[in-house]
Every structure is written in C-alpha cells, then in structure tokens.
Design a protein around this ligand. Structure first.
Ligand code: ATP
Length: 442
C-alpha cells in the first residue's frame, strides 16, 4: 500500500505531473505545483466535469466569482463563527493533531507525550486589503467557492430568468489553513473545488439530493474509476455541518497508510453532496438586507428555495484518477508501468515516433505527421531514445496511441499505430491517420 503511493508520487515527479512547490528552496510543506502533464490532466478533469454538469444540461449556469469577497459574506455564512477545527499539540514532540483524528487517545499517538487541551483553530486565511492593516481592511481568502454562487443568486435570476429547479456551477481555488495537511495532494491549504448550487422547491429537495448523488457517483465510474474503489457514505446526524439537513460523501479507497488506515486502504472523501436547506439564501438576505426569495408566478408566492450542493475537489479527484489508472504489468522479464487513464483524461492523446532518428527522411515525415495531428488533438513528437524506451515513457504518462514511422513508411505511406492498453499494433495509411485517431477519441 505505502509502496503504491510512493511509486505514484515518484512517477509524478519523474515524469512531470506534480512537483513540490518552491523545491529549490527546500520546498513549502504540503504545497504542490502541477507540471506539464499534471496541468493537462487537471484541465481535462475540469473540462469533463464542466461538460457533464454545464454543457450537457439545460438547467445549470456557469460562473467564476472573485476569490476575495466582502467580509460580511463570511459572517453571514457562519465561517467566522463556526469554521473551526479543534487541535491539540504534543508537549514533547510538538506535533499537532486534529481532535477528531485523536478519537479517544489521551496521549500523543507518535511519542506518547502529554497533549495540550483541545483548542479551536479557525481555518480561514485572513489578510488585509490596502495600506492600513486594521479591522476595516480585513479580507479572507475564500475557504469554499460556494458563497460566490449564493451572493450571485439574484444576478442569475435577473439576467437569465430561470425557473426552479436550476443551478449555478463554479470551479475555482479555495484556501484552508489545515491543521494536518498531507497525503500528497489529498489535503493541502490551497486547492481547487468544483461546486454546484442547485436551487429547488423545498418539497423536491430529498429527491433531487438522490439524483445528484447518483449522477456524480456515475461520473467517476464513466471516467474509468473502478467501482470497487468507490462508495457512498451518508453522514451521521452529529457529523452534519451546521447548515446541512443531510449529506452523503462519495469516497475513494486511497492506498494511504496514515493512522486509522485499513490493510486494504483508506476510504477518503472526494466529494460531499448536501441538502443545505434555505440556510444560505435566508442568511444572506438577512445580513445584506437584499431580497433573495424566488417568486413563483403561477402560485403568486415568494419563498427561499432549498439548495442541493455537490461539492468536490479537483486535486483529490485528479489524485484518485492517477491512483486508479496506475498499473504495473509483467511483460516478458520486465515490468511495464502504465497509466490507464480514460481517453478524455489522458494528457497526451498521441505520440509520433521515428523508428530511426538518424534517417532525415523518416524524421521529416514523423515531424510532418505530428505537426498535422497537433491541429486536431494533443500530439507530441519524440525522438529522444530507442523505440522501446519511447513506448515505455509514453505508457508511463498515459499516452493513448504511439504512431511509429519506419523505413517501410517511406515506400508504402503507412505507419504503425500502437494501442497503449493492448499494445496491439496496426498499419494505417498516412492519409487516414487523423481520421482513424479522431474516431478512436470521439
Ligand atoms: P475533509 O473532511 O476531508 O476535510 P470537508 O468535508 O471539510 O473535507 P468540504 O468542505 O465538503 O470538505 O469541501 C468539499 C470538497 O473540497 C471536499 O470533498 C474535497 O474534495 C475538497 N477539499 C476540501 N478541503 C480540502 C483540502 N484541504 N485539500 C484538498 N481538497 C479539499
């Protein structure tokens, strides 16, 4: 288990998916930068999510709110008052623990030392805007993207005139001063969220909650996550956030080995789907003094819609896709490492490789094919090694197809196309190659 996670972290660094932030200065703990393949994978995850949740539906509007918001937003939302974790420090080894992780432990789980009393710790990053650092200049880095959608509820109503049920979707950065960040990109202080606020009639809320849970659970599976590694976990009453009536987490079985891990992995949250009732709109209306009710034309009635909120993390989702796609296969006497990412998520769709890099006609033809493919898909040209090595490198970053140009290609105008997963090879005419690949990718 630990081994798997170590291998994935190492592959991410070696191949350019994820690097330690500020590495040349010794790194900033638990902070990560996405490299050339990482940024493609992350963008593909966000694109797939946006496509399923915005483009393929008639009832969701996209938006992109500012990270900095009026400080009153966080008073109305309850974050200033309630967004605390309880923490204890070990007096001997100085390690810091979330009280909920300590469960019933009375002494430090690391060294057995004495623990301090549990103390509340607000997770919001606070800063100041402008030149004067006083109470009037306080702003927070948003700890969730959700509030940007609640405060724009009336703008969407007035500009797009939707009828219930409808929703707003947003992808963006959020910041939390986590007490125990860790497990690679799973828990960090800066991360991205993909959230939907779906406004419904109160009497429809339970049904819509179920529909969103099903839709989102299936989204992960449709993009290749193994069903056995995914589960739904309803929250216990005492676990619910102050605004929520019900919540179900979609969890993935990560190969983490932190405290509490089972031998077969650790079930950890990818996404929470909650019924937030009318808490948010009623609160913002009360604190801002603005009308945030929905007017039902037919019934001539005003009311606060309930909100169903699917709230997922981009970084955790990317990590789950990486873990799930990571395979080691025995091929003859060797181990082939391959990332079997879904075709919509693979960072590179095709690599064009010359079989002999010292033959200018072959190199020229391969470069020409690659230039042409680049106009229609993410394609790369690579001649930095022998063909076997090039195949292995492309497998490790999940490239779907390798197109090889050889001596024969100069005569018969055909190339060899190799499939990442089956390693089967097929000869295809150069004039048909683009159409052939586009077909496979569609
Ligand atoms: P957890 O219990 O793991 O701290 P949470 O219940 O506080 O998560 P939410 O407030 O429901 O998380 O946030 C919605 C989603 O945002 C989570 O499901 C997760 O995918 C992502 N997320 C939250 N906190 C972090 C973090 N510190 N690092 C990375 N992703 C996060």
């Amino acid at each position: 288990m630990a081994d798997t996670m170590e291998k994935i972290v190492s592959l991410c660094k070696r191949r350019g998916f994820i690097f330690q932030s500020s590495d040349i200065y010794g790194g900033l703990a638990n902070t990560w930068d996405y490299g050339p393949f990482g940024v493609e994978l992350k963008n593909n995850v966000k694109r797939a999510w946006w496509k399923a949740n915005v483009y393929e539906r008639d009832d969701i509007f996209g938006m992109d709110a500012a990270i900095l918001m009026h400080p009153k937003v966080w008073e109305a939302s309850g974050h200033v008052e309630n967004f605390f974790d309880l923490k204890s420090d070990c007096k001997s080894c100085k390690k810091r623990f979330k009280s909920e992780d300590l469960k019933t432990a009375k002494v430090c789980p690391e060294c057995g030392g004495e623990l301090t009393e549990a103390r509340p710790f607000n997770l919001m990053f606070k800063t100041h805007r402008g030149v004067i650092e006083d109470a009037s200049s306080v702003v927070y880095l948003r700890p969730e993207t959700a509030q940007g959608m609640f405060v724009n509820f009336a703008n969407i109503l007035d500009s797009r005139h939707p009828k219930l049920p409808f929703g707003i979707a947003q992808i963006g950065k959020a910041f939390r001063n986590e007490i125990t960040p860790g497990n690679f990109t799973f828990r960090t202080c800066e991360f991205e969220q993909m959230e939907i606020e779906y406004f419904v009639r109160p009497e429809e809320a339970d049904k819509k909650l179920e529909e969103w849970i099903e839709a989102h659970f299936n989204w992960y599976i449709d993009l290749g996550i193994n069903k056995d590694n995914l589960r739904k976990r309803p929250h216990e009453k005492e676990e619910l956030a102050h605004y929520a009536r019900a919540c179900v987490d979609i969890e993935y079985r990560f190969p983490f080995t932190t405290r509490g891990a089972q031998a077969d992995g650790t079930w950890s949250e990818l996404e929470g789907i909650a019924n937030r009732t009318d808490f948010d709109l009623a609160q913002h209306s009360k604190i801002s003094g603005k009308e945030l009710q929905y007017f039902d034309d037919a019934a001539k009635q005003k009311f606060y819609p309930y909100i169903i909120e699917p709230s997922g993390g981009v970084d955790r989702t990317v990590l789950a896709f990486l873990v799930d796609a990571f395979c080691e296969e025995k091929v003859k006497d060797d181990i082939r490492v391959v990332l079997k990412l879904h075709k919509d998520l693979a960072p590179t769709k095709v690599a064009v490789l010359p079989l002999l890099r010292n033959r200018p006609e072959i190199v020229e033809l391969a470069r020409k094919i690659s230039r042409d493919l680049k106009k229609s898909m993410v394609a790369v040209y690579d001649d930095t090694g022998a063909i076997g090595k090039l195949y292995r490198r492309q497998d490790e970053v999940g490239t779907l197809y390798c197109v090889t140009v050889d001596v024969q290609s100069l005569e018969d105008n055909q190339v060899t196309v190799r499939d990442r997963d089956t390693m089967q090879q097929e000869r295809i005419g150069i004039d048909r190659i683009k159409e052939y690949l586009l077909n496979k990718l569609s």
